[in-house]
Design a protein around this ligand. Sequence first.
Ligand code: GDP
Ligand code: MG
Ligand code: ZN
Length: 339
Amino acid sequence: MNNYINTRGRVVAKHRDLYKVEIESQIKEARVKGSFLHKAEMSSDFPYVGDWVNVRVYEDSVIIEEVIDRKTQISRKVAGVITEEQIIAANIDYVAIVLGLDGGRNYSDRLLERFLAVAWDSGATPLLILNKADLNNKADLVKLQAETIAPGVNIIISSAKDGSGISTIFDYLADGKVAAFIGPSGVGKSALTNALLNEVVQKTGELRNNDKRGKHTTSSSVMFQLANGGYIVDSPGLKEIQLWADEDDLDNVFDEIAAVADSCKFTDCKHINEPGCAVQAALENGKISPERYDSYLSLKNEIAYLERRKNEKGRHIERLHNKEFTKYIKTVQSKKIKY
Ligand SMILES: Nc1nc2c(ncn2[C@@H]2O[C@H](COP(=O)(O)OP(=O)(O)O)[C@@H](O)[C@H]2O)c(=O)[nH]1
Ligand SMILES: [Mg+2]
Ligand SMILES: [Zn+2]
């Protein structure tokens, strides 16, 4: 006898094809139903951390039957040449961008703009955490600078080392709210996770996610429940996030440019050398900074390239389907059905 019950759970970890699902406050190992392997067209069709899933719980195993439609999802492009979306976390309320105040490459305006584009694309509310405040006595100045880059985004100064700011982050997560940390490696995402949980659950200080041979490790996001009922998703950092966003997201990141662009003569103005370009005018009279303008154009180019690749891929999938359909027709014909 194979008794089972159908119920709902939430994916809290994924390692290749092995999942951990929280079902009625218990964490159980699970696998996806076989049909996922046949039906899924892209990796985002599979369950990811944060997903609500319908599960079938047997005595000694759990099978994920279906992924419930996602409310929000934060994604990056998979590393390398493949144009595919890789979900970092699903159904999150906040995307907490973590950057480091320890100097060097752990904070830059350009890095922040990149992560903001990805954050806005998720549909969740972006937050900015400037961590390692214990290593910088001018944290407030960096915060002021960040405010000009991310207007309207709440900014928290924290230190996973001395505990400052941790309770502020904690308070965002009351009532079961979910936040996902994103950011480059080495900024303290895992250390913050440990500080929020008051327990060492995540390894810290790992070398940029590479093993000794410089190969990418397969670590992925993991979700933890906090004492106040909220959840935090720690994700492995990458030196630079591979963009997964669209042009509309840039209007949120560069709102001063978007506001001006409404007055361009042509609605499809590229803001490069078109007549009547309000963005060029604002650039000339100093209303838009040249750094922001350059950054905007370069992210826009990158997104346009991504869009083209996505479309090519869409056509490729269509072709595959057509091929299958042709095969099917051929099989039917080979049976030489006479009408
Ligand atoms: N001084 C200081 N060090 C920190 C802080 N947060 C993290 N670290 C250290 O920075 C390194 C990278 O932290 P980790 O949490 O692994 O970064 P992640 O890659 O973003 O997860 C580790 O050696 C941590 O101990 C902080 O607030 N202050
Ligand atoms: Mg980490
Ligand atoms: Zn223009």
